[in-house]
Write a protein that binds this ligand. Structure first.
Ligand SMILES: [Zn+2]
Length: 220
């Protein structure tokens, strides 16, 4: 008799262990990403709308940045690394995103970005005006703002760093935008996460045979 109850106790113990392991697996598996429909909608509005609901991003991180002429570049770009919880990161010896000075007086900064119809950013170059008069936050904020465009924020929102005039910190919504964008593969169809189907521009194709280009500037 004592032998049977010992076996029973061992069986119960195993069951408890198995349940504990199962609940650990469920909790740590990351089935729930923590992103809301509103987060996907924001990502759609400032990114995926340009490729019929598919994400547009650099295919791999860290993203190379060539900005040797800018003492503030590392700090400015790394604001996006912090905001995204490390989802996006940069290598300051690389050359994906060249940054150069410009003598323009009509804008603070300007980014020209191209992506393939498969959702991969293929080039992005940033120009920073030498004259930052009228540009709140100066070179440091203009760099961070243009960096946002160069990694996939395709437009301007009403508040936060990506408002057209800059001068504000990265908003929670912008931070989540970048975290979500760089947690999804390039060309991910997010239309299923939206409330309803939307009209949009650009046609996704897996081969990436077409290239789309956009130029966005930070106004004075
Ligand atoms: Zn801008």
């Amino acid at each position: 008799m004592p032998e049977i109850s010992l076996r029973r106790a061992a069986a119960v113990l195993l069951l408890v262990l198995a349940l504990a392991l199962a609940s650990c697996g469920g909790g740590g598996g990351g089935g729930d990403s923590g992103f809301t429909k509103a987060d996907y909608q924001f990502l759609y509005t400032y990114n995926a709308v340009h490729l019929s609901g598919h994400t547009i991003r650099w295919a791999s991180v860290p993203i190379g940045v060539s900005a040797g002429a800018f003492a503030d570049a590392r700090t400015a770009f790394n604001r996006w690394t912090s905001a995204s919880g490390g989802a996006v990161s940069f290598n300051f010896g690389g050359s994906n995103i060249p940054v150069s000075w410009s003598s323009s007086t009509s804008w603070c900064g300007l980014t020209t970005i191209s992506w393939s119809s498969a959702g991969r950013i293929v080039s992005a170059r940033i120009s920073i005006a030498r004259s930052q008069s009228g540009c709140s936050g100066g070179v440091a904020d203009t760099l961070a703002h243009e960096a946002g465009h160069a990694i996939g924020f395709l437009g301007h929102d009403a508040s936060g760093l990506m408002n057209p005039f800059g001068g504000e910190p990265i908003s929670d919504q912008e931070a989540k935008f970048m975290k979500l964008l760089y947690s999804l593969a390039p060309g991910t169809d997010i239309t299923g996460e939206l409330g309803k189907s939307r009209s949009s521009s650009g046609t996704y194709d897996k081969s990436g045979s077409r290239i789309h280009t956009m130029t966005i500037s930070r106004s004075k």
